[in-house]
Write a protein that binds this ligand. Structure first.
Ligand code: AMP
Ligand code: MG
Length: 413
């Protein structure tokens, strides 16, 4: 058996980021930058007020309370047309440029409007800089903002917009083809004939691909037939950046995904020391123009295919998408188990389907088994928020600390 970390390293070594290109910022959300972004402008572009109130010279408030004439009104987008003189005040609104000559703002709550607004009584002494936001206080021209490998998040989009950047260099979103294999599979709601089951892996894997931020491409369901599997994988190789298949990677004679990948590509079949999801066929197959694209031959059992996707395909595909090395894997966090999680010694790391609850009071995450742990029991996977990573041994007792890999957002209690 291959240790989990070796299997992951083998895959990551063979998944290279897709070539970055210039893309409009408008379509860059969720993409990963392929080059650093340097700030070209100061943000804010000019000194402005953080508060509604009165722009003054701080020194004029030294003898507060003082009454000053109000000589103008400045609002956001409407700069003053003259500078503030000594002994004067200007009414000012949040975001408005601070007029020349002013070096402080007194918030409106500390003032009293007099003479129908022609003058103001200032109740407090304020220091220079009071409630001012200096030009460049957020971002400075020439400053390195983001690097290659950084995802374009909503906040980063905001930064790019505040600088007027309209194009970035980013890796394309990987197109990921999904195939399911098996003579027993049927799609849709028609009554099952003897021996048939419904194809649940394809919709699940297509949704996992989309959830991870890639473009899913449905390559359909193929029977256990070498020619059919070959043409489905080749169709994927011609139109996608990677292919994920389920089924046909175990030891049996009809496990033809393994056979096909070995014939058309450069394939490694692994028995990974984990449960579920032990068998895995990972191959590189020829794509257009001399490219080689990764094919993840995941096992067919529904829970196994999902766990295998989380452990192997998702990180490999995130590498294709350009994510930095520290951002490939699902997060693993400490948690306390509220019940025993027994297991037997078998040389494998076990991934236990659990519900995860976050303590609103700030305590540790709590986990509980989400149900039957068979690799065919998708029900427990469907109730799970995470997978407890249970090292080889006899399991853990209630109250013990465990490591949980989060699959989604935990509930809060
Ligand atoms: P295999 O990996 O092809 O040997 O399949 C292992 C188990 O998973 C068998 O019980 C299959 O019937 C089941 N299985 C394979 N593919 C799917 C699928 N797409 N949806 C649901 N179950 C599947
Ligand atoms: Mg099969």
């Amino acid at each position: 058996m291959v240790p989990l970390d070796d299997a992951i390293a083998h895959i990551l070594d063979r998944c290279a980021p897709l070539a970055p290109r210039r893309v409009p910022v408008a379509v860059a959300s969720g993409l990963v930058l392929g080059a650093e972004v340097i700030s070209t402008e100061a943000v804010p572009p000019f000194a402005n007020t953080a508060m509604d109130g009165y722009a003054v010279r701080a020194a004029d408030t030294d003898a507060a309370p003082v009454t000053l004439p109000v000589v103008a009104e400045v609002a956001a987008g409407h700069p003053a047309d003259r500078a503030l003189g000594p002994g004067e005040a200007m009414r000012i609104f949040t975001g408005a440029p601070v007029p020349g000559g002013a070096d402080a703002v007194v918030m409106v709550e500390q003032t009293e409007r007099l003479d129908e607004g022609r003058s103001v009584r200032i109740a407090v002494t304020v220091p220079p800089g009071n409630h001012l936001r200096a030009a460049g206080e957020d971002l400075k021209p020439g400053e390195r903002l983001f690097g290659a490998g950084d995802e374009v998040t909503p906040a980063r989009l905001g930064v790019l917009a505040s600088l007027g950047v309209d194009e970035v260099v980013a890796h394309p979103r990987p197109r990921v083809g999904v195939i399911s294999t098996g003579d027993e599979l049927v799609t849709g709601s028609a009554p099952l004939r003897p021996g048939q089951i419904r194809d649940s892996n394809r919709p699940t894997l297509l949704a996992l691909v989309a959830q991870a931020g890639f473009d899913p491409v449905d390559l359909g369901h193929v029977p256990d037939d070498e020619t059919a599997i070959t043409s489905a994988i080749e169709r994927g190789a011609a139109t996608c950046d990677a292919v994920v298949s389920s089924g046909g990677v175990s030891m049996g004679d009809i496990d033809l995904v393994r056979v096909v990948l070995d014939r058309i590509g450069d394939m490694r079949w692994m028995q990974v020391a984990i449960r579920p999801a032990k068998p895995l066929a990972f191959g590189l197959v020829p794509g257009p123009e001399g490219t080689r694209l990764p094919v993840f031959g995941l096992p067919g059992n529904p829970v196994s295919s999902m766990v295998s996707f989380a452990l192997f395909a998702r990180p490999g595909l995130r590498r294709l998408a350009g994510h930095a090395a520290g951002r490939l894997h699902l997060p693993r966090l400490p948690a306390v188990t509220d019940e025993p999680l027994p297991r037997r010694r078998d040389g494998k790391v076990q991934f236990v389907r659990v519900t995860v609850t976050a303590d609103a009071g700030g305590g540790p995450l709590r986990v509980r088994s989400s149900g039957g742990q068979g690799s065919h029991q998708l029900g427990a996977m469907a109730r799970a928020d995470g997978l407890v990573v249970l090292p080889d041994g006899d399991g853990v007792a209630a109250g013990e600390l465990v490591t949980v890999m989060l699959l989604g957002e935990p509930a809060t209690a």
